[in-house]
Design a protein around this ligand. Structure first.
Ligand SMILES: *Cc1c(COP(=O)(O)O)cnc(C)c1O
Length: 386
């Protein structure tokens, strides 16, 4: 594992790898028929760290990894990950030979794509493909049976191409209304029935579908958000058949402490004014870390007490109203637990009027990720010092 073992700043994220392992093991146990687990580690494993998460997922029983782009798959290969990897998103056909050489499976849904890929593949190349079917997501995939057959025939007609999988993606599996989901599932079955041969990996379920609909498991499921300990949607949080534990937390330290007098102001625009004497602390985290300006007013934990961010969030720093004077160096938890209090990722998502998926993805490369296992720090990833 390539990593920079140190960082010099008082802000960092912690990723509890044991929780990722436990979440995925618990999810796996719930799935009747034992489908293969494809662990989704796109976008640097939803901000958690691709390589470490991939290893945790494989340890928990995943048999394949999935990413969005070829670059992400190649990054895992560079870090020594040898497990099968599927690129879920579109790749350029010019790079088919690179994917073949690195044993990376690609997603296909256009016959022209296959023809272009055939032109760059060596005689003895071998490229595994997953045929994507659009059953109502409206993103990528073949939409008609005619396209399905054309793509299948092209794959089957070339010994260098391996028909490894067929899949689709649901738009509403996390919503309480099941109607659109049912329409998509029926459409997927219809497409499957029209294939000449079924490939070994038939998959359509994301976390939400995998946890709710056993009849949508087929031979594999694609697990992302739930492996990280988060519910696919707020509606589903109460329906989850499994206890999930958040693996990601975010920490900083109070690097300056001062007493404001009544009437004194804080940060750009001088929009915050002390209404009485109060203690204010400065945290070295700002919007360039993904702790964006909209988080003004959000509470962080200092000494186990909820303390609101006051004034505008700056690029690299923000200020919090302290419950009382605390020593410089006091830990501040922006996401996670301190004492009896917790600020979860869902709370931050609600504050930002977005979904929990977005929150750890937002925390930028500038925040070092510290990996925890068996209660110990086992590594640090600090890309800016690489
Ligand atoms: C991101 C993604 C997933 C994972 O979805 P979760 O809701 O995070 O489990 C599965 N399939 C595809 C095609 C994706 O893009």
């Amino acid at each position: 594992m390539e990593e920079q073992g140190f960082f010099y700043r008082d802000t960092w994220a912690e990723v509890d790898l044991d929780k990722i392992v436990e979440n995925l093991k618990n999810i796996k146990e719930l799935l009747p028929g034992q489908p293969e687990i494809i662990a989704v580690v796109k976008a640097n494993a939803y901000g958690h760290g691709d390589c470490q998460t991939a290893k945790a997922a494989l340890k928990a029983g995943a048999s394949m990894l999935a990413v969005a782009f070829l670059d992400e798959a190649l990054a895992l290969r560079k870090k020594g990950i040898q497990a099968p990897i599927l690129v879920l998103g579109p790749s350029r056909p010019e790079y088919a030979a690179i994917a073949a050489a690195e044993k990376i499976s690609l997603t296909v849904f256009q016959s022209e794509w296959i023809e272009k890929a055939q032109a760059v593949l060596e005689e003895d190349a071998s490229l595994a493909l997953h045929l994507k079917v659009d059953t109502g997501m409206g993103r990528i995939g073949v939409k008609s049976l005619k396209e399905l057959k054309e793509v299948e025939e092209l794959i089957q007609g070339d010994p260098r191409l391996i028909f490894q999988g067929v899949f689709t993606h649901f738009a509403t599996a996390d919503e309480l209304d099941e109607h659109y989901f049912a329409v998509q599932l029926a459409s997927f079955r219809e497409f499957l029935s029209k294939l000449q041969t079924l490939p070994p990996l038939i998959h359509c379920s994301n976390s939400a579908a995998a946890l709710r609909y056993p009849d949508a498991h087929f031979s594999a499921v694609r697990i992302g958000i739930s492996m990280y300990g988060l519910s696919p949607s707020p509606e589903m949080a109460n329906l989850l058949p499994v206890h999930l534990q958040e693996a990601f937390s975010l920490h900083s330290r109070v690097v300056h402490v001062k007493k404001l007098l009544k009437g004194e102001k804080v940060s750009y625009g001088a929009t915050y004014e002390a209404s009485e004497e109060e203690w204010v602390g400065t945290l070295p985290i700002g919007y360039a870390d993904g702790w964006i300006r909209r988080l003004q007013g959000q509470e962080v934990l200092v000494d186990g007490i909820r303390s609101p961010i006051i004034g505008r969030v700056c690029m690299d720093q923000c200020m919090v109203k302290l419950p009382y004077e605390v020593p410089v160096g006091t830990a501040a938890t922006l996401i996670g637990t301190q004492g009896q209090e917790k600020v979860g990722i869902d709370e931050i998502a609600e504050k930002l009027e977005t979904i929990n998926y977005e929150v750890p993805c937002l925390i930028s490369y500038r925040v070092p990720r510290l990996y925890r296992k068996n209660g110990e720090t086992i590594g640090v990833n600090n890309p800016i010092l690489k």
